[in-house]
Every structure is written in structure tokens, then in C-alpha cells.
Design a binder for this molecule. Structure first.
Ligand SMILES: [Zn+2]
Length: 218
């Protein structure tokens, strides 16, 4: 059997394409699945509405905020349930506060993600142009929002991938993996964490198998 090989054929912050040769498809597909569901990124998870005179309900505003991709500095934050602060509000290691205070004067106003003010220089929406709400004249929206780490397994808003695809290559033994980022992490960062997750799952599985006991009368 020909020897397995892996080659990065395209790489930018947004997109990485990897060619696998002589590697089982299931292995490549597990990387794809882990990239979607088990690579943590930040998303707004809790919103305290201080004032909302818009036509949109508080819950709908909060839902929209959750879907804004936030630039995530990998390794700087811990998952809320793993943080040693043990506080529901969180601390600087497990959450980031973003605030917004917007009011329309005599003209209606489109409030975008660029209006969010983050307490952390590094954690910001990946784009300033994502619309949050349209305020009619004299309407106001003011809130505090808390972003936390999470994974796509818990909610789609924490998926760091815009696309994750496995497809056939030109040759019979060739499989292509394409990962596209939504901007929260780099595409390479997503793939690296997915590979680490796979390695640790395989290790745990090996340990579980080796600790199995064979019954004496088997
Ligand atoms: Zn904490």
C-alpha cells in the first residue's frame, strides 16, 4: 500500500485546503466534523437590555447578537464551566463585555456591529457592517452583552466554520478537505484545534479499550 501523505494546497486566514493521500476518508471526515462542532470560539451568550424602545423584542435582539462572529484570540479564554472563578457572571478569563448605546435622532438609524464597544481590544466583531437593528426617530437601544467561549455542539452560533467540506481529489486515493472560517479564528487555527481534538479522542479511546477486562470464562 502506498504511504499516507498530507499536503496544504491553499492557505489564507479565511480558507485552508488540504490534500490527503492514502488516508481513510473517515479520518478526514472526522476532522471536518470536529472543526464544525468542537473547536471553541466566542459568541454573545447573555444580554442585559437596559433600554429598548425599538419595535424588536429583547429576545430577538439577543438572538441576533449571538450570531455576530467575534474575533477570538485562541488560548486566551477558558470555557465558562472550566474557569476557576466559579461565578455565573464570569471573569476576564471566561467572558468579554460588549456594550452598545444607540439612539436615532430625527432620522431613522441602522445600528451595526461596528457600534459595539468591547472591553477587550482583541475581541471585536469580525465585520463592522453587520446590521443589528433599524431604529425609527427617537427610538433607543442600550444593552450590555457578555461573550463566552462555546462550541458548535451546543449551539450553531459557536461554529467557527463558514464551510467545511470533504470531497474527492483527482486521483483515486486522494481526498480534499476544505475549511472556511467565519472570521472568529483563522482557518488554519480551526484545523489545528480539530486535529488536537481528534488526537485526544483517539488517545482516550485507546486507554478505554486497554482498560477493558476480559471475563475469565470467556
Ligand atoms: Zn471566570
Amino acid at each position: 500500500m502506498a504511504s499516507p501523505s498530507v499536503e496544504v494546497v491553499e492557505k489564507s486566514d479565511e480558507r485552508v485546503v488540504v490534500r490527503f493521500n492514502n488516508i481513510p476518508r473517515q479520518y478526514v471526515n472526522s476532522l471536518r466534523r470536529l472543526a464544525i462542532s468542537e473547536v471553541p470560539s466566542l459568541a454573545i451568550d447573555d444580554v442585559v437590555i437596559l433600554e429598548n424602545s425599538s419595535v424588536m423584542h429583547d429576545e430577538a435582539v439577543a438572538h441576533r447578537l449571538g450570531l455576530i462572529p467575534l474575533r477570538t484570540d485562541p488560548g486566551r479564554f477558558v470555557m465558562p464551566h472550566e474557569c476557576d472563578c466559579k461565578s455565573t457572571l464570569g471573569c476576564s478569563k471566561c467572558r468579554v463585555l460588549l456594550v452598545l448605546d444607540a439612539e436615532a435622532n430625527e432620522k431613522s438609524l441602522v445600528v451595526t456591529s461596528g457600534e459595539l464597544v468591547s472591553e477587550d481590544e482583541m475581541v471585536k466583531p469580525v465585520s463592522k457592517d453587520i446590521p443589528i437593528i433599524v431604529l425609527a426617530p427617537n427610538q433607543k437601544l442600550k444593552f450590555e452583552a457578555y461573550a463566552r467561549l462555546g462550541t458548535g455542539k451546543d449551539h450553531a452560533k459557536w461554529q467557527p466554520t463558514a464551510a467545511a467540506v470533504v470531497k474527492d481529489g483527482k486521483d483515486e486515493d486522494e481526498i480534499i478537505l476544505v475549511i472556511e472560517s467565519n472570521g472568529a479564528l483563522t482557518a488554519e487555527g480551526i484545523l489545528t484545534v480539530a486535529a488536537e481534538r481528534l488526537a485526544s479522542k483517539v488517545k482516550n479511546f485507546k486507554q478505554a479499550v486497554s482498560s477493558l477486562k476480559v471475563p475469565k470464562n470467556a
